[in-house]
Design a protein around this ligand. Sequence first.
Ligand SMILES: *[C@@H]1O[C@H](CO)[C@@H](O)[C@H](O)[C@H]1NC(C)=O
Length: 391
Amino acid sequence: MLSVPTLVSLLLFAVPTAVRASPCVTFDADFNLLAFGFGGKDWNAGQQDSWTSGSATDITTSGRPPFDGTSTTCYLAQFFNAVYFINADKSKPSDVHIYDAGAKSWTTQSVNTGNFDVSSFNAILDHDTNVFYALSHNEVYFLDMGNLKTANATALDWQDVQQSPYPADYKPVMALAQNHVHFLDVPDVPAGSADIFVIHFSYFQPQSQAYTPSDGKAMPATHGQTASFFQSEGVQQEFAFIPDDGSLTYVVNVETNTTKTLAGPTTKDANSQYAASINALVQLDSTGSVSFIPYKQGDDSANAAAAWSAVSKIAAAAPPASSGAASPSASGSAGKSGASTIPTGTRQGASGTGANVASPTGSAEPNGAMTNAISLWSVAGAVMALVASLR
Ligand SMILES: *[C@@H]1O[C@H](CO)[C@@H](O)[C@H](O)[C@H]1NC(C)=O
């Protein structure tokens, strides 16, 4: 009979190397929180009132991408109750994967990238036209998703629109609201202001737009992440901006052109991605932990008092790394750190109508921690069961 140590080492060798995970969180059109690529599976955490109890529902099904991409991003097409994924399959980075959240089925859309660099871009999905607008190496591109809930047999094309007015080293921070793309952390644009690209006219507004801080705290001119708050119908009017240092959450209202602040996320992690529903902002940090802060448009006192909590429903189903996870430092990014300080191994992202920059130097390292940790958990469990059975 084999000794326990031999069995243990056999078992360890038998476990395949964990696939590097690059998870993504977003919503369906009913604002159920969806978590993709967590421990090799996909999960539905239901609506906001249920996020802190129970366990998410496994929605893993055939046709899904492997979620082994370097910087997976996902975007809710609210009209179609569909979610689009970019960079969800490392072997086919140009593909856009489509999850039909109504039918709970997957298809894969072939896309010709042309000069568009899937490994280095930031994009928003325009609400009304269902067209992606992206900035990649300072060139504006679009990708028209039409009415797609399932992929077309014919390939789509990333189309080159025009050059941006920004310097070559600008690392785009982009947010969507009112069919306008808002560019933050643009060089020489002061704190509290953003540049605007008017989608319907393919037009960069020559003047920056200032947003008056209603609580005295202006948006810093620094790199960060964004997520647009949805409305029950119609275009987004507000977006959240979370600077890389996570000190505060800024909410920009593009109707009144004001900002206000909410608490910064508990986990200060510049490699987090964010998604927003109507009434919540969700953070997925680089260890795979998901947290949220409730939000109510126009309710300043509730928002000022709101606090971040873990979405324990996802952790119960797919535990994040409990230790040893690569958690890139979020320090040193205060102030005008901007473009040049993106650490290697970055997965920056935001979903919903948010944006993503896939760092050209990025690797999946930080995100890999989660799947690896889950695999180790299963191995540890199996080993313990085995040892117990041999006693
Ligand atoms: C808010 O900013 C937008 C974009 O610059 C502008 O079109 C609009 O007139 C402004 N609204 C107000 C109320 O200032």
